[in-house]
Design a protein around this ligand. Structure first.
Ligand code: MEV
Length: 318
């Protein structure tokens, strides 16, 4: 089937609670960060397939190392569509910084599969979308839990347990937040290995922190549905401590979490893989979120964005 010009989009994600614990079957809560996104565009073109991304423009078979996953993903998606990697130009643009714990690789993978399906005018159920996108994610993260991919494909907050379809979460009272990038690259793969290693050498205490993160996820689900914003904040702070205890903290994210607390945040935590990356803090309202954003930028954050859950998404880019 001849492809037509098409584009696919996906957004960034914020893990509110449960990163790392989700790898071991505990629940996690994830929300969209609509301020940042990825877009993949497909154009008909004559000759071998071309891939253009922030890493340069090349033939798909000569794509540079950072996009190896995208190369495999493109070939697999085209195979699922009954096509071959030729006569197409695929370009990827993303405003999500890579390696900051906000789901850049997942969003790019989701956007790419959506674009290729649209270009071939074929319907795409979300399960198939996530299954295909996982081919790209494996190169970025090893064996991902699937959390990031489901998050990138959903416009609503999700309750996620590995191996099960996620469910939508109710957020009864608007939750104003600020997300700040510490500027230290997050290393999800290394962080996941770090937790696994820690489980080997100190199984009991590490497992009990992961279990505790599961309990915190249940507490947050309840607090979101009853609108107890202060309780959401204290779950954030407790989750931050537990993530540090399993070995994925970093002085840069702890510094930002402490600055957020000093500026009156109801709670703050590292978000995503950790060992650097980003923090997310709960504000009293959007005006307070803007104040926190300024405080975090003044404290050295490389970039920061405000966002709101449970109302119309809004915010601003740094
Ligand atoms: C990374 O965004 C989330 C982790 O829990 C890894 C995963 O779920 O695959 C750290």
């Amino acid at each position: 089937m001849k492809a037509e010009p098409a584009e696919g989009r996906a957004h960034a994600k914020i893990i509110l609670v449960g990163e790392h614990a989700v790898v071991y079957g505990f629940p996690a809560i994830v929300a969209p960060l609509g301020n940042l996104g990825a877009v993949a565009r497909v154009q008909p073109h004559t000759g071998p397939m071309v891939l253009a991304s922030r890493y340069g423009i090349s033939g798909l078979d000569r794509a540079p190392q950072p996009v190896t996953g995208l190369r495999h993903l493109t070939v697999a998606t085209l195979r699922a569509l009954g096509g071959a990697p030729s006569n197409l130009r695929l370009s990827i643009e993303a405003t999500i910084p890579p390696g900051v714990g906000l789901g850049s690789s997942a969003a790019v993978a989701i956007a790419l599969v959506r674009a290729l399906y649209r270009a071939h005018r074929r319907p795409l159920e979300v399960e198939r979308l996530v299954r295909l996108a996982e081919i790209g994610e494996r190169f970025a993260h090893g064996v991902p839990s699937g959390l990031d991919l489901w998050a990138a494909s959903s416009a609503t907050p999700l309750w996620f347990v590995r191996g099960r379809p996620p469910t939508r979460l109710t957020v009864s009272r608007p939750l104003a937040m600020v997300v700040a990038n510490s500027g230290v690259p997050s290393q999800t793969r290394v962080a996941v290995d770090r937790v696994r290693q820690r489980l080997r050498v100190a199984r009991r205490p590490t497992w009990s922190e992961l279990e505790h993160l599961g309990t915190l996820a249940r507490a947050m689900r309840e607090a979101l549905s009853t609108g107890e914003v202060e309780r959401v904040g204290s779950v954030f702070t407790e989750a931050h401590r537990a993530l540090e205890a399993v070995g994925v903290g970093h002085p840069a994210t702890s510094h930002l979490a402490a600055c957020a607390a000093r500026a009156g945040a109801l709670g703050a935590k590292t978000t995503g893989g950790g060992l650097g990356g980003s923090v997310v803090a709960v504000a009293r309202d959007m005006a307070h979120a803007c104040h926190l954003r300024e405080a975090l930028l003044a404290a050295g954050a490389a970039a920061a964005w405000t966002t709101r859950l449970g109302g119309v998404q809004d915010g601003e880019d740094a």
